[in-house]
Design a protein around this ligand. Structure first.
Ligand code: PFF
Length: 447
């Protein structure tokens, strides 16, 4: 059998994992959720879920993926042969497909906006004009679908070169660049006159705005932002060498993701307040508000170019991780060559993606429970599929796998030494804490 592709270095694994986690979730979704859910209060609840839930689930996905060295179906078949556990893979596949379908639409918007920035089209600081522009971008029939296809084409291009030569190589260049850009914009934003109100909004909690919905939104965002529950971590972990530290990589990934979210908040909120714009703008926040701000700043057009470049980079490093889940599955379970697996995945995603894109315009009237297709895919994946996927991973590791196997993975076969209480705490949080909290919030949210 041909040797399985895999990551070549610890830094490579980290940037690939952080690349998956840091994405539109940080730069586009997090700021508008903070804006519509009461600022700092939302951030605190979010951080609580990251620590209590997302991390244990990340460890669990990591353990399953690395131990089995297989795709999301193959992993369960390898670790629990002749059982029905393999079917759990369906949740991960569905989650990846639903997320990438609407994600690639937004990815397409970022390319469209990057193009607009490069051709100096943000010359108006009139919010009316800019929101008209955004509406036109998202509600047109052909244009956003074409940009979505370009985005998917770029994703396919990286994936064609494989894990080490594709995913890892590109992440190593793009992630440090992304960090520098976002940091630069944040520094510019916090030094604007009047930025203080934005900082207050980000860091001073107002718990009166917190409702049950806030908890579900924070839970969904913690899963979405850290890419847990979609099988991406499991799939990437299957390419990770045994010597790498599961705890170290998971904690570093979670830290980088949180850091990016906070820096993104710092890049956006102070500017929003400095220019007297409502933070509750919703999904249009970065596409309407920021061009408005850029138009009013000296050298704003340069800022606009680098900001939308950052948004694109963030989106594509996440997109490759989702598609890799599907590609690895088709490749290993059906023996499809990598090229064919990529082509087939892209075809399916392009069809769903087109529906999501059109649901902003031509198919707007078609709603399910009051949501258009785009919003349904977003909410169904973040609030239901990801928690379900995460729940199944922690239950599998905590209740089906032998504790000794789990500890063997955490300690890299005994090579890495941790105090017993650390290993026990991790094991117990996988076995009891995480399943309990996800189940409670899921049931609450569904009631
Ligand atoms: N974590 C990504 C973001 O914050 O944009 C989105 C994402 C990627 C979600 C991969 C789920 C996933 F499996």
């Amino acid at each position: 059998m041909a040797k399985r592709d895999g990551f070549g270095s610890s830094f490579g694994v980290l940037v690939a994992m952080a690349g998956s986690a840091v994405g539109l979730g940080n730069l586009w979704r997090f700021p508008y959720l903070v804006g519509t859910n009461g600022g700092a209060a939302f951030i605190i609840i979010y951080l609580f879920f990251v620590l209590l839930l997302a991390l244990p689930i990340m460890y669990a996905e990591f353990i399953i993926g690395r131990r089995s060295q297989a795709n999301v179906f193959g992993a369960y078949k390898a670790l629990a042969p002749n059982t029905k556990w393999g079917y759990v893979g369906i949740i991960f596949l569905m989650a990846s497909v639903t997320i990438i379908s609407f994600y690639s639409v937004v990815g397409g918007w970022t390319i469209d906006y990057l193009f607009k920035a490069l051709t100096l089209q943000f010359d108006s600081s009139d919010p009316q004009v800019l929101s008209g522009m955004f509406n036109k971008v998202v509600t047109s029939d052909i244009e956003p679908v074409c940009f979505m296809l370009i985005f998917l084409g770029a994703t396919a291009f990286i994936l064609l070169s494989g894990v080490k030569e594709g995913i890892e190589k590109y992440a190593k260049v793009m992630m440090p660049l992304l960090f520098l850009i976002v940091l630069f914009i944040a520094v510019r934003a916090v030094t604007l006159p009047g930025a203080g109100a934005g900082l207050e909004f980000l860091f001073k909690p107002d718990f009166s705005k917190v409702t049950a919905g806030t908890f579900l939104a924070a839970l969904g965002q913690a899963f979405f932002s850290l890419s847990v529950g979609a099988g991406t971590i499991m799939t990437y972990a299957s390419y990770v060498a045994k010597r790498e530290s599961i705890i170290g990589l998971s904690v570093q990934t979670a830290l980088s993701d949180t850091l990016f979210a906070i820096i993104a908040g710092l890049a956006i909120m102070p500017a929003v307040f400095a220019f007297g714009i409502s933070p509750g703008e919703g999904p249009g926040l970065v596409f309407i508000t920021l061009p408005n701000i850029f138009a009013q700043l000296p050298f704003g057009y340069v800022l606009a170019i680098i900001f939308f470049l950052a948004l694109f980079i963030a989106a594509i490093t996440s997109s490759i991780s989702m598609v890799e889940v599907i590609v690895a599955y088709l490749n290993e379970e059906f023996g499809l060559g990598r090229r064919w697996a990529i082509l087939l995945s892209m075809t399916v995603i392009a069809i769903f993606g087109t529906l999501c894109s059109l649901s902003q315009g031509a198919l707007k009237e078609f709603t399910i429970f009051g949501n258009n297709i785009f919003d349904c895919f977003d909410k169904f994946s973040a609030n239901i599929l990801l928690p379900l996927g995460g729940l199944s991973a922690v239950i599998f590791v905590g209740w089906r796998m032998a504790k000794s196997d789990c500890v063997d993975e955490i300690t890299s076969g005994g090579v890495r030494k941790y105090p017993a209480f650390v290993v026990n705490f991790i094991y117990l949080s996988i076995k009891y804490l995480a399943p309990l909290v996800v189940a409670v919030v899921l049931v609450q949210g569904l009631l």
